[in-house]
Design a protein around this ligand. Structure first.
Ligand code: ATP
Ligand code: MG
Length: 424
């Protein structure tokens, strides 16, 4: 008989388990806690959308749309795309679901996103993002709130050595004038640019500024800053954002080279950057996208938001995340199995984290319990054995007690004494 070849995991995807899983879950739980502190609402949007949702909003000239999308015809012949990010889908929902009535909306979401990229450390084809958006607020206070929330999230995750780099892309008038200045500068140095940047010069000249190609750096570094082109309104907006950050005690650094390539970006652009992940050093990035909802055919609606890679945050979480503690229930022999089963279910219904292995002699079970993070063991004797039915023992302490099963169950439901010694 021919041996069946086991199918392999698809390149760029992950099976997230054990320590990785705990880190991942820790990032998500921390995000969930922090977003509630800031009174952001959770939203969930589809994993796939009509291709035009992304093509029209993210923009045809970006790497994401031109090279990285998972686009396929479904069985009905419609072109669908697996979401490469969240903002476009949320903006689509804002328009199609009538969420304008709730504006301004403070939203967060998280989940898998998909990009066809070259996999490497911190770069996957299916990865996970956490995402925060404020839709329908043109005030700089919205930008400030999102940045302060991002800063608190990184602190609560214990991630150090991350810098907030901040820039402004100005308003439409500023941006057009700056763009013309950049095109003139780059056109004058055509001969010194990489082939890729020559293409960008026609399509998306701002992207040359953050080119990672060393050939582009001298020309990019010598390009004019936006500052000379800022209108008084754009300057005032940026000043209000930085004043808000200073008031909230969030450190920031100006990076005049930081851009977002898409035409709909306005005013604030930012990245939280670390030097600990090599070329994958951006952990959280975003900006103001006042032109996006208009590009989806909706009324002009201001928006600002950010997204962060869960895998990159998980790698930076300082401490390994311990598995949750539990109480191990151990039947002394086969006759004790049903009383132990009853006790186990009473404990769990009473809110005590407890587990009982499926097999093994008591000695072996204690060993397993110790190694797998149990805080203590609860032996259950078979009915009719002389003495107490239960023996509770916490690891690493002298605490020990013999109990009648009926007392135990009553206590489990009131569960004061069990909770002693249990992790919070
Ligand atoms: P990069 O320059 O690293 O490609 P990007 O500008 O494409 O990043 P965004 O579109 O701003 O990234 O996505 C927000 C965040 O998602 C990034 O800051 C990063 O943490 C994470 N991220 C982006 N692409 C990947 C990927 N392929 N694998 C894992 N995380 C990613
Ligand atoms: Mg990318």
């Amino acid at each position: 008989m021919a041996r069946i070849q086991t199918p392999q995991r698809v390149r760029g995807t992950q099976d997230i388990f054990r320590e990785d899983q705990r880190r991942h879950a820790h990032v998500l739980a921390t995000f969930e806690r922090v977003r509630a502190l800031y009174c952001f609402e959770r939203v969930d949007v589809p994993v796939f959308e009509a291709t035009e949702v992304f093509a029209r909003s993210i923009g045809e000239t970006t790497d994401v749309v031109s090279k990285e999308m998972y686009t396929f015809p479904d069985r009905g012949g419609d072109s669908l795309t697996l979401r490469p990010e969240f903002t476009a889908g949320i903006a689509r929902a804002y328009l199609t679901e009538g969420w304008q009535q709730y504006a301004p909306l403070k939203l967060t979401t998280s989940g898998p996103v998909f990009r066809y990229e070259r996999p490497q450390k911190g770069r996957f084809r299916q990865f996970h993002q956490i995402d925060a958006e404020v839709i329908g607020a043109a005030e700089p206070a919205a930008d400030v709130e999102l940045l302060v929330m991002a800063d608190q999230l990184l602190r609560e995750l214990g991630i150090e050595g991350v810098t907030l780099q901040l820039n402004t892309l100005g308003d439409a008038e500023t941006r057009d004038a700056w763009r013309a200045g950049l095109v003139a500068h780059f056109a004058a140095h055509r001969g010194d640019l990489s082939e890729e940047s020559l293409v960008r010069l026609d399509k998306n000249p701002m992207r040359i500024l953050d080119s990672k190609d060393p050939r582009d750096r001298p020309v990019a570094d010598a390009a004019p800053d936006i500052d000379a082109y800022l209108t008084p309104e754009a300057r005032a907006f940026f000043d209000a954002v930085t004043a808000g950050l200073d008031a909230a005690g969030v450190a920031w650094e100006r990076n005049a080279r930081l851009v977002r390539g898409l035409d709909y970006y306005r005013h604030t652009a930012f990245e939280f950057v670390t030097d600990r992940l090599g070329a994958q050093g951006t952990v959280l990035a975003g900006g103001r996208y006042d032109g996006l909802i208009g590009s989806l055919g909706g009324p002009e609606t201001p928006g600002v938001g950010w997204a962060a890679g869960v895998e990159r945050l998980a790698m930076l979480v300082a401490e390994p995340v311990a598995a949750a503690g539990y109480l191990a229930v151990i039947p002394d022999d086969a006759d004790a199995l049903q009383p132990a089963t009853k006790l186990l279910s009473d404990l769990r219904r009473g809110g005590v984290t407890a587990d009982m292995g499926f097999r093994g002699a008591p000695k072996r079970r204690i060993e397993v319990a110790r190694k797998s993070g149990a805080v203590g063991v609860l032996f259950v004797r078979s009915p009719g054995a002389s003495g107490a039915d239960c023996n509770l023992r916490y690891f690493g302490t002298d605490e020990e007690g013999m109990y009648r099963l009926s007392d135990m169950v009553r206590s489990a439901l009131g569960f004061e004494f069990l909770v002693r010694g249990m992790p919070a």
